[in-house]
Design a binder for this molecule. Structure first.
Ligand SMILES: Cc1ncc(COP(=O)(O)OP(=O)(O)O)c(N)n1
Ligand code: TZP
Ligand code: MG
Length: 354
């Protein structure tokens, strides 16, 4: 006969085993259907099987099942504030990772009271889960950034603004108007403000499912957990920048000629800026790569390429004629009478990626 204290232990174990199994399944489905990555999917599946084998070998399924009392479980009636808060698949993965790790710890602790060998086996499974969950979360970030980049068309170079609320409001409203990528480019502010804006900008862009890139500064991009960094030809070499920002952040490189495009590709850039195309109101140039360069780039690389420099509504068709469907701008939005309408009109003119 099962003692009452054993019954509650079995009840805890039964609930936690279910929770861990469901959590692993949730991660597995993401690895299988979204990431399509067998190097994550298969270890998750074997973790789930190994947990089930450990349960079968050390515990009694009958005791677990007969201890189950779902209608009498207080936990099914209490709803956590965040339980229905799943704005994105990334949040689903993060929540499932936490559930798996916590429930394995619960299984280990209470399992030990019934069978020490079972506790030891679950401890090993818990360590494997920690590693796999971290790997999966990193993959999600990597995947999110590349997915967003692949469909980005309107890229806006934004300055720090007059205040943090004004900066955040600009990101919110412009993203609703169709801006896909924000680059914090402000050469006139101190590092402390730059870091602070980058930090809040990256966080809100993540919430809005937009990309947030930092101009020139790998250190600030990493410290602020931004999606990437954009570098020019006279800045840190892209191959060196990659060692600082790691594999998961995006690296953008400015290019003005085809050899530079090829170099950027070899150095592991994720995207390129191509220009200057036209005379710009916000930066002075003595030479222009022009639209001929854009026509060459269209045929030369599979990397996402953003035309930049003096692009406005009235010359955008010349850019589109070269085969480009992505642009980066400042003046056309910032200096417009109505920046939101200007952004929406540019977005509409760009159409959607074929
Ligand atoms: C998307 C994009 N393309 C090009 C540039 C220009 O970068 P760079 O040549 O380094 O010049 P500065 O922006 O640092 O003045 C860019 N920022 N973004
Ligand atoms: C940073 C930079 N690099 C080329 S043009 C430019 C400034 C932004 O472009 P514009 O204001 O002309 O749209
Ligand atoms: Mg630069």
């Amino acid at each position: 006969m099962t003692l009452p204290s054993n019954r509650s232990t079995h009840r805890i174990l039964d609930a936690s085993i279910n929770r861990a199994t469901e959590g692993i399944r949730t991660l597995e489905e993401f690895a299988r259907f979204e990431l399509q990555d067998p190097t994550i999917f298969e270890p998750l599946k074997s973790l789930r099987h190994d947990l089930s084998n450990a349960v079968d070998q050390h515990l009694s399924r009958e005791s677990l099942l007969s201890a189950r009392d779902t209608p009498g479980d207080l936990g099914t009636k209490i709803e956590a504030a965040t339980e229905y808060d799943r704005p994105s698949k990334r949040v689903v993965v993060v929540a499932a990772s936490a559930r798996v790790q916590q429930s394995l710890r619960v299984i280990e602790e209470y399992g030990k009271t019934l069978n020490a060998d079972f506790g030891r086996r679950v401890e090993q499974l818990r360590y494997r889960a920690y590693q796999l969950c971290a790997q999966q979360e990193l993959q999600v970030l990597h995947h999110r950034r590349r997915r967003l980049l692949s469909k980005s068309q309107l890229y806006y170079l934004i300055d720090a603004g007059s205040s943090e609320p004004a900066f955040l409001n600009a990101i919110k409203t412009l993203s609703a108007a169709g801006v896909d990528v924000f680059q914090l480019r402000d050469k006139d502010i101190d590092d402390s403000t730059l870091y602070q804006r980058a930090r809040v900008g990256a966080a809100i862009a993540r919430e809005l499912d937009r990309l947030f890139i930092v101009n020139d500064r790998c250190d600030i991009a990493v410290a602020a957990d931004a999606d990437g960094v954009h570098l020019g030809q006279d800045e840190l070499p892209a191959s060196v920048a990659r060692t600082i920002i790691g594999d998961n952040r995006l690296l953008g490189v400015s290019t003005h000629s085809l050899p530079q495009v090829k170099r950027a590709e070899l150095d592991g850039a994720d995207y390129i800026g191509c220009g200057p195309v036209f005379r710009s109101r916000t930066k002075t140039f003595s030479e222009f790569a022009g639209t001929d360069f854009l026509s060459e780039v269209s045929l030369a690389t599979p990397m996402p390429a953003f035309a930049i420099g003096g692009i406005e509504r009235n010359n955008l068709s010349k850019v589109i004629e070269t085969g480009f469907t992505r642009i980066a701008v400042t003046g056309a939005i910032r200096d417009a009478e109505d920046p939101l309408t200007a952004a929406a009109e540019l977005r509409e003119q760009l159409g959607s990626l074929g």
